[in-house]
Design a protein around this ligand. Sequence first.
Ligand code: ZN
Length: 222
Amino acid sequence: MLRGFLIALVCAATAGPSRVNADASRYDVLVSAGHEGRPASCAAFPARPCNLGAAGERTWTPLVAERVTADLRARGLRVLREPADFTGTYDVAAAVFIHFDGARPACTSGASIGYHRSAERAVAAQWRARYRRLFPFRFMPDDFTAGLRDYYAFKQVRARAALVLELGEITCPAQRAWLAPHLRDVADTIAAFLARIVVAPGKTFAVTRKHSGQQTNSKEFS
Ligand SMILES: [Zn+2]
């Protein structure tokens, strides 16, 4: 009886990232659209720069975020869809912050990835490999700006993977011309990537964590 109970406990602890603790059970993924809701939301967050993004960025980030959200929800995942500024701190398996880069002079940037912890480098590499198959322009190094490395909303998530996804340089005419008719493909690529790392984390994160129990998972979320 006790043995059966213990097995049930272990299964519950390893069944998925959303069961790591009670607080994590509400959402699997947080999807935020960069700059969305600004400047209206800036007044409520006076300590943050009211960065409105590059021209056109606030139109595109919600389009991508909405499609990613709809896709993941259709797969049965619980998605918290947020604009640029939101309150609260969330335990989720994955969080993505959707952006397009702006550069001066134009065409000196491309796609890039931001994250705060070196532990996320591997999952970032997986995103890069996946997006490279679609996006035909350059990638900048991970965390090549302070904004990527220390993104303000990283403080508001405790996630196995929290990534800023810069999806291309919207100020570069060639990249913009390619992105405009490919936003659905971009969103579909993000959704497929997230579904994989959330639904099958053992295949994406270090294999040694595949059967990790409560203790290891708790560490990941600390
Ligand atoms: Zn941006």
